[in-house]
Design a protein around this ligand. Structure first.
Ligand code: COA
Length: 255
């Protein structure tokens, strides 16, 4: 059974987690299918340049790990599941494609971790997020203890993770946990603005920010220089200059 509904709109795809009855909780099958789609849009054929990821229905973006499936898993199976979850979230970050989470309803545990692995987050005004794992006797296992402090700082991350509390949209915005409070249209609009830009440049800019964030400044600036260098030989750079001179919109080909 397909776990995601895929809706292609030009260079943007909308992926909807199709598990409304269990609040889009992440099962083994769902993570495997997510990994497949991430690999598909990250391959050499770059016909998809941005993905808006959301959940079916209005109640949940993703209620985290599928706790019913988890209850029947051995410790070894849980470890294998978490390895695949971590690898899939990492593949989202390492992709040249830009991922935008539209948090349309609650996002708890792995649901918030999935949103954290995306490049940008838009949250519905009625939605809530939280890394609630300590309430279940575990800790975030899909990168939450590492990605959250990198995004919002150690103090705020400890406030959320150690209490396991849920934050509403406005607090998520004020903490920097999300980029915008808005609706699906806002998330799609962001995606469409991004795919109008030169795709090689967008991918390199994403990786420059991610890869440089935890280097010392000199190393980070050297990394930026290396990534900048990669844009110099592209046809898109020349097209950008030509379009500017001709006072028209550039037509980027991703080469
Ligand atoms: N795994 C598996 N099933 C889940 C689930 C999860 N993480 N979260 C919700 N469901 C299921 C419920 O068991 C219920 O199934 P049922 O109809 O067979 O009883 C169904 O989804 C609807 O859940 P319900 O609680 O009735 O819906 P709600 O809209 O009132 O509340 C949540 C939704 C997400 C707030 C609530 O279900 C919840 O807190 N879930 C646990 C979230 C969590 O702790 N995640 C962290 C995991 S590390």
């Amino acid at each position: 059974m397909a776990e995601f509904l895929i809706d292609a709109q030009g260079l943007v795809e909308r992926w909807t987690i199709d598990g409304e009855a269990r609040r889009n909780a992440l099962s083994k099958a769902m993570v495997a299918e997510l990994a497949h789609h991430v690999a598909r849009v990250s391959g050499r054929e770059r016909s998809v340049r941005a993905v808006v990821l959301t959940g079916a229905g209005t109640k949940a973006f993703c209620a985290g790990a599928d706790l019913k499936e988890r209850a029947s898993m051995s410790e070894g199976e849980v470890k294998i599941f978490l390895d695949s979850l971590r690898a899939t979230f990492r593949a989202i970050e390492q992709s040249d494609c830009v991922f935008i989470a539209f948090v349309n309803g609650v996002a708890f545990g792995g649901g918030t971790e999935l949103a954290l692995s995306c490049d940008l987050r838009v949250i519905d005004e009625a939605a809530e997020m939280g890394l609630t794992e300590v309430r279940l006797g575990i800790i975030p296992g899909g990168g939450g203890t590492q990605r959250l402090p990198r995004l919002i700082g150690k103090g705020a991350a400890k406030d959320l993770i150690l209490t396991g509390r849920r934050v509403a949209a406005e607090e998520a915005l004020s903490l920097g946990l999300v980029n915008r409070v808005g609706d699906l249209e806002d998330a799609m609009h962001l995606a469409k603005m991004i795919v109008e830009n030169a795709p090689i440049a967008v991918g390199l800019a994403k990786h420059a920010i991610d890869d440089g964030a935890h280097l010392d400044l000199d190393s980070a600036l050297a990394l930026e220089q290396r990534y900048y260098q990669k844009t110099l030989g592209t046809e898109d750079r020349l097209e950008g200059l030509k379009a500017f001179a001709e006072k028209r919109q550039p037509v980027f080909k991703g080469s």
